[in-house]
Design a protein around this ligand. Structure first.
Ligand SMILES: [Zn+2]
Length: 342
């Protein structure tokens, strides 16, 4: 019988201090060449071990081999010039210097497939692999070639589909697309964003997920959240269409956010990864707090479709805090499992 309430994380976990500067996004690597390749693999092993030790059911690579969840994927593609940089506003929120699309984008070789095979060798648990979503990718670039967000997103969707098919063949059980941009560009999401996502999952037999959040706990995001008012109803704009899409699982931010939990009703029927761990604070949730969040979600998500999860990635946190949060997630899910089986 399948385990009820399988736990997982949104994706990234902190890297060891010998591999990259802790508690920093885009942290530069501390190793080079062969040592770096080996160091990334070792970090992946440690990250997996920590997830398994904490009792996480669906494990990941903790994104140990990438510097950033979007940039690292794009670095492996041709058609993007990383030397030619422009300052753009990312997700309408903060300025960043980004690379330029200078020609047709394509994927000459697999990006994460070898890493996924390596993870597959290390564990028998179900594994989830995160990729950036097409809309979030285009939002992290300056486009001097297609001159159309929709066209570029479509090209990226095709590339993501190639990568996803090879990840599936490598034994990945769930492929997740990170689309924080879905929380910002509602008209585009409904016009072509969800269609692009469906292009990215075309023909896949493994399960697919989309992760939509309010971002890492960095200042640009926490400042933005302060402007959103007492109720965060962003999900309301995209849920109705997502509910009708082919995506199997929707991963969301819940605990400590101001998202009205009843919005989950709009995706009834989908599997939902419910964020029960706040990644924007060092305060460790108690198991009871985790259970409370999950209990509230249960009013709108059938028990067999509820996947306890973190709100977002934990890369910017300390390892100690991240480990404690993983333990809290497991313990909280356990409380609820006992309640459900009583
Ligand atoms: Zn996130």
């Amino acid at each position: 019988m399948k385990k009820l309430l399988p736990t997982s994380t949104a994706g990234s976990l902190p890297k060891p201090s010998w591999l990259a500067q802790p508690e920093t996004l885009w942290s530069p690597w501390k190793l080079q060449e062969e040592e770096l390749i080996e160091g990334k693999h070792d970090a992946l092993r440690v990250s997996l071990q920590e997830q398994q030790q904490a009792g996480i059911d669906i494990v990941s690579d903790g994104e140990q081999t990438r510097q950033h969840f979007v940039t690292t994927f794009i670095e492996h593609l041709s058609g993007v010039d990383f030397e030619k940089r422009k300052t753009v506003k990312i997700r309408d929120r903060y300025d960043a210097s980004v690379p330029t699309v200078v020609g047709a984008v394509s994927r000459q070789k697999p990006v994460f497939v070898e890493d996924a095979k390596f993870l597959r060798q290390q564990t028998r648990k179900p594994i989830k692999w995160a990729l950036p979503g097409p809309m979030t990718m285009i939002d992290t670039l300056y486009d001097d070639h297609y001159k159309s967000r929709e066209k570029l997103a479509w090209e990226f969707a095709k590339i993501l589909n190639q990568e996803a098919k090879e990840l599936e063949a490598a034994g990945v059980d769930i492929i997740q697309f990170d689309e924080p941009a879905f929380n910002v560009f509602f008209d585009e999401v409904n016009d072509w964003g969800i269609a692009a996502l469906e292009r990215a999952i075309e023909g896949l037999k493994c399960e697919t997920a989309v992760h939509i959040c309010y971002g890492y706990g960095i200042k640009a995001n926490t400042d933005w959240k302060k402007t959103l008012g007492s109720e965060w109803r962003q999900y309301e704009e995209v849920f109705p269409k997502l509910q009708k899409s082919n995506i199997d699982i929707i991963s969301l931010e819940c605990h400590n956010s101001r998202v009205p939990i009843e919005l989950l009703e709009l995706i009834r029927g989908k599997k939902v990864m419910v964020g029960a761990i706040d990644v924007a604070t060092n305060t460790i949730e108690t198991p009871e707090e985790v259970a409370n969040t999950l209990r509230k979600a249960l009013e709108f998500v059938d028990a067999d479709k509820l996947y306890p999860c973190t709100n977002c990635g934990m890369a910017p946190l300390s390892r100690r805090v991240a480990r404690a949060k993983l333990n809290a997630l497991s313990a909280g899910a356990d409380i609820l499992r006992r309640e459900l089986s009583a």
